[in-house]
Design a protein around this ligand. Structure first.
Ligand SMILES: *Cc1c(COP(=O)(O)O)cnc(C)c1O
Length: 422
């Protein structure tokens, strides 16, 4: 059988891969007796093997200690969120005081907007990318409405990227055009549909120079691409943990607030977990916010869900992030080359939606099979490929450096060739 990327070559690359051993730290689902080709780690990361034990520990402490577990559990629940802080700060490129594990992504965006969207009649627009993830758009339009402004105050920047998604230049041009009337910008740092990675440093600087408050949705960025939120001077950011962070369905999300805001007297939607830890249990009426990202917390920590995240972050702690980046880029580049070679060989029209340039790509590849419909995708699923299908004809695939292998890629080619030629 033909092959652009041979299985023997793939196995040699896997054997030489310094990150190859991480795959054994994850449960890979099995279909018809064989491990699936799991390409949806951008939707739900696989379960780290350590998760069961981490959750069992908390269940045990709850069973044997009851409420005393808040202080006497092996990992006391009272400060439980703090056990995640250092690992998250490393991934976000932030100081420990600037990140907090809390809540859920869309809720965190609302909490952040309560502080960072402070419209005035002259400067009241919110700027985002065209075709933003629907939840983000709903959140932003509802923020406008909450302040009494119409949907038309949402500036949705479209552009020349695939699917009409803006490029860096498109965003910067829009920032310059609309700057004085934009209060806050919120853009996905990595576009969920095309996999485009934005130059967050440059865009943040351009927006801040216009007096715009800058937020990033890092749902597809945390655990995927290098981040330096502190140095980039980002005002706020939020992410979920069930995608690239492998923390399990509905896992606890996260929030970044730059340290320059920690002592500012910003309005916020407060809750007791954001209150000064020394006096929280004096149960007084006045809110005294913790002068760090923790001050944006509302409720006490969801320990069982955070235990799963802790198990996953243990693996990130052991991961060389430079190697992580190199492998994600290598797998996604080889995938794009394989798709193009296959399309040419089989005379199959395809369109890559993901940018070629390394700087504008993470480990996701989005490809449109313009002549194919859902039946084609169902056949791939039947053959053990777990990927994501969006009309029209688009397949999104993520190559997760922790557990995706070169052999996955070679098997993917075989299955694609078989399916496309049948
Ligand atoms: C996955 C994703 C979400 C999901 O929001 P939840 O509040 O976690 O359900 C929101 N925004 C973006 C950009 C996403 O990729």
């Amino acid at each position: 059988m033909n092959a652009f990327f041979h299985i023997d070559q793939a196995r040699r690359l896997d054997a030489a891969d310094p990150l190859g051993h991480f795959r054994r730290a994850f449960h890979v689902p099995v279909w018809k007796g064989e491990e699936v080709i799991y390409l949806t780690g951008n939707s739900l990361g696989l379960q780290p093997v350590g998760v069961s034990e981490a959750i069992a520990q908390e269940l045990h402490d709850w069973k044997t200690l009851g409420v005393e577990g808040h202080f006497h559990a092996k990992n006391p629940w009272m400060p439980y969120h703090e056990f995640l802080t250092d690992s998250l700060a490393r991934l976000a490129g932030a100081k420990g005081t600037e990140v907090v594990a809390m809540g859920s992504l869309t809720a965190n965006l609302h909490f952040a907007m309560a502080s960072f969207y402070r419209p005035t009649p002259e400067r009241r627009a919110i700027l985002c990318e065209a075709k933003a993830f629907p939840s983000d758009r709903y959140a932003l339009v509802s923020q406008l409405a909450f302040h009494g402004y119409p949907e038309s105050d949402l500036i949705e920047v479209s552009g020349s990227g695939a699917d009409g998604v803006p490029t860096d230049e498109d965003l910067i041009a829009a920032i310059q055009t609309h700057g004085p009337r934009v209060a806050t910008m919120l853009v996905g740092g990595v576009n969920y549909f095309t996999g485009r990675v934005y130059d967050m440093a440059r865009i943040t600087a351009a927006a801040r120079a216009q007096g715009i408050v800058v937020g990033w949705d890092l749902a597809h960025a945390m655990g995927n691409v290098p981040l330096s939120l502190h140095d980039w001077d980002v005002d706020f950011a939020a992410w979920c943990s069930y995608k690239y962070l492998n923390a399990g369905p509905g896992g606890t999300a996260g929030l970044f607030v730059h340290q320059r805001h920690h002592h500012a007297d910003l309005p916020r939607l407060a809750g007791w977990w954001g209150h000064n830890k020394e006096s929280r249990f004096k149960m007084g009426p006045g809110f005294d916010p913790i002068p760090s990202a923790e001050g944006w917390q509302v409720s006490n920590a969801p320990v069982l869900s955070m235990a799963a995240q802790r198990a996953s972050l243990d693996l990130f702690d052991r991961m060389d992030l430079a190697q992580h980046r190199v492998k994600g880029l290598d797998l996604s580049r080889r995938c794009m080359e394989m798709l193009e070679a296959l399309a040419e060989e089989l005379n199959e029209p395809i369109r890559l939606l993901t940018p070629r340039e390394d700087a504008s790509r993470g480990c996701q590849v989005s490809v449109q099979f313009s002549a194919r419909d859902r039946r084609f995708f169902d056949q791939l699923v039947e053959r053990g490929v777990v990927a994501d299908w969006r009309e029209p004809g688009t397949i999104r695939m993520a190559f997760i450096p922790f557990y995706s292998s070169y052999e996955d890629l070679a098997r993917l080619e075989q299955i694609l060739r078989q399916t496309l030629s049948s």
